[in-house]
Design a protein around this ligand. Structure first.
Ligand SMILES: [Zn+2]
Length: 310
């Protein structure tokens, strides 16, 4: 299908909630210990990969429904938390996670918010679940077309990306609008992303086709973060806590870089050796740091806007 025909078919399918037949689906790579769409049946451990093994502020039954519910709670908190940080834009931007279907059918679904909702309105039960063809299988309504194309498309290339967050957060997006968008090693925060950022400078319009999502996935490669030129950023991770923490510190690092360069003074860039050594130190304990940060946010949300768990 050509891009325009594909775009029209995708829009129509999303409007009527029908399955998409966009193109021959690229083979999905089965990886040890991970759950893949259309791949081998997941192990019990694999379907928990959106969350780490640490203690949680909520309890859910040990079942497919319970794991689906946990993913919904955590994703709803991420929407609210990023909104509280001012990292979202309008009713655009989108966060998704792969989770077991609530009906226990062994199907893996993608949770994402409904088109037209603001991040601040998202609740655990209002999240939609869609299948690999963007058909809504839990809830009513449809996701934003760009959410379906970006998130499902990337996962066709990166099935390990259980969690994908896409925002137009201001400082990081400012860097993405520069001819040289490189995240420079200006601060300790920056080193967390040393050699972990992909750059895509091929912006050509709104992502209205799965092909574009797949292209973004190929551009992302094995990196955790991608600067989307003239557009925004993507954070991928195996847990919601980590994807949230990535975006928070990416924004802080970008902010510090822009502030440092705005002084028009000479910048004391960190050496490659110091950047690599600090990156290793941080990543050795990053799950612990990310969990502590994310679940503290989760507990604060319970006090300030407890309806997110509904
Ligand atoms: Zn966007």
């Amino acid at each position: 299908m050509t891009g325009r025909i594909l775009q029209t078919a995708l829009k129509k399918a999303l409007q009527r909630g029908a399955p998409l037949q966009t193109r021959a689906i690229v083979p999905r790579v089965a990886q040890a210990g991970t759950e893949t769409l259309g791949g081998p049946r997941p192990s019990a451990a694999a379907v928990r990969t959106f969350t780490s093994a640490g203690p949680k502020p909520y309890t859910v039954p040990d079942s497919a429904w319970g794991r689906n519910r946990a993913a919904r709670l955590e994703l709803a908190a991420a929407y609210r938390g990023l909104d509280a940080l001012g990292l979202n834009e309008g009713v655009c931007n989108h966060l998704s996670v792969m989770a077991p279907a609530a009906d226990g059918s062994d199907q893996e679904v993608m949770l994402v918010f409904e088109y037209g909702h603001h991040f601040s309105e998202v609740t655990a039960s209002s999240l939609l679940a869609v299948d690999a063809d963007a058909k809504t299988v839990e809830g009513q309504g449809r996701p934003d077309i760009t959410a379906a194309c970006i998130h499902l498309g990337i996962r066709r290339v990166r099935p390990d990306a259980k969690v994908i967050f896409h925002t137009h957060q201001p400082y990081a997006t400012t860097l993405a609008c520069l001819k040289d968008p490189e995240l420079k090693m200006v601060h300790q925060n920056s080193t967390r992303f040393y050699n972990r950022v992909a750059y895509d400078n091929n912006y050509a319009g709104l992502a209205h086709a799965m092909d574009e999502g797949e292209r973004l996935g190929q551009q992302l490669g094995s990196k955790d973060i991608m600067f989307m030129g003239n557009h925004g950023v993507i954070s991928t991770a195996s847990t919601i806590a980590m994807a949230f923490d990535h975006l928070y510190y990416l924004e802080r690092a970008a902010e510090l870089q822009i502030l440092a360069f705005s002084t028009q003074k000479e910048i004391a860039l960190l050496s490659a050796e110091a950047s690599a050594a600090t990156e290793k130190q941080l990543w050795d304990s990053l799950t612990m740091y990310a969990d502590a940060h994310y679940y503290s946010m989760y507990r604060r949300l319970r006090k300030t806007q407890p309806d997110f768990e509904l």
